[in-house]
Design a protein around this ligand. Structure first.
Ligand code: NCD
Length: 344
């Protein structure tokens, strides 16, 4: 498990080897593997472009011809509902052709290697591969195997999930309307990330993105759900959710990822909810403008009270809606041909 690294310099989706090229023209066949590839300028560039695709998504025919003739394949080796549908919807709204690969029904079950699978799909002529895999680092491996395909990390093990972080930044910045209030669009905000940080790729990418954009982050979790080492993480740590909530502009709840827990890290779920769950009573400690966020899927009644997801301040469904527009922006930056964003 790799700790977040400080986001490096200028805007650009990095080419392999990081030649530092920037600007949309230089972005063809770059990859989006880590939030750190973007840097603060790059993140803000994606957020600005997302505004355009939110507008497109609101049209009666939410489709532009920007990626007509391009093929995007979603290559998912782990279960997913929202991330996969979100990427596929984004690609369709850009008029790309979409191919879907499911590990469970593929030749992987006949013993084909990951590399052979990737090279077979590349040979069919695809422009982008959206990769989710249970192993940390797999999207980097895939990027090393392909020649002329843009690779997007849609979640690798407990390591990173960059487009989730981008949609989270977008949702916070636009809901709290932070434009023009600071140098960076999350300047001065205090964001509490609560729960299973240890197993969370969302937490790793969010910490990188939120802090790059000027927010301060406090992790709130029992010691067993924190990474073994937080060295290099630009965060505070607390074990007292009640003390943190009144000070937080955003409370970001993480799912308890029981599929990644190989040992008993909690005495019981009831105990966890009593101490770290955003119960109805706890939600009252939040300020009137504070946001409640969750990447989904939600374990209702565990990390968040069954009804809290419907409370004012909850932007959980807005995160999902913004996810499509953010992914349109990312695919457009990686594959865009410079075609005007006219109605299809
Ligand atoms: C997250 C994931 O799969 O990393 N979900 C998502 O992409 N929206 C978080 C989770 O599974 O808890």
């Amino acid at each position: 498990v790799i700790a977040p690294r400080p986001a490096p310099g200028p805007a650009a989706l990095r080419r392999p080897g990081g030649d530092g090229a920037s600007g949309p023209a230089a972005m063809a066949r770059s990859h989006l593997l880590s939030v750190a590839d973007l840097g603060a300028d790059g993140i803000e560039e994606v957020l600005r472009l997302t505004d355009t695709f939110v507008e497109v998504s609101g049209r009666s025919i939410p489709r532009v011809p920007a990626l007509r003739g391009r093929t995007v394949v979603s290559l998912f080796f782990e279960d997913s509902t929202r991330t996969r549908l979100s990427f596929e919807t984004a690609a369709r709204r850009l008029s790309a052709d979409v191919m879907t690969f499911s590990a469970a029904s593929s030749s992987l079950t006949k013993g084909e290697s990951l590399r052979d699978t990737v090279e077979t799909i590349e040979a069919m002529g695809v422009d982008a591969m959206v990769v989710r895999h249970g192993g940390a680092g797999v999207p980097w491996q895939v990027a090393g195997w392909v020649d002329d395909v843009a690779v997007v990390n849609a979640g690798d093990g407990a390591h990173e999930h960059p487009t989730q972080a981008l949609l989270d930044c977008y949702t916070i910045a636009r809901t709290l309307d932070t434009a023009g209030t600071g140098r960076r669009c999350l300047d001065g905000l205090r964001i509490a990330i609560v729960g299973d940080v240890r197993n969370s790729r969302v937490a790793r990418s969010d910490v990188l993105a939120f802090t790059a954009l000027g927010a301060s982050v406090v992790l709130v979790a029992p010691p067993t759900l924190l990474p073994a080492s937080l060295s290099g993480w630009p965060v505070e740590v607390s074990h007292d959710l009640d003390a943190v909530l009144p000070t937080a502009d955003v409370v970001y709840l993480l799912r308890l990822q029981r599929e990644r827990m190989h040992e008993a890290l909690l005495p019981s779920l009831r105990e966890y909810t009593a101490t770290y769950g955003l119960t109805r009573e706890r939600a009252r400690l939040l300020g009137p403008r504070s946001l409640i966020m969750h990447p989904g899927p939600v374990n209702r009644g565990v990390e968040v009270a069954a009804e809290v997801a419907e409370l004012t301040g909850s932007v959980i469904t807005r995160q999902v809606a913004n996810g499509v527009a953010v992914r349109m922006a990312v695919l457009y930056l990686l594959l865009g041909s410079g075609v005007q964003l006219a109605v299809a």
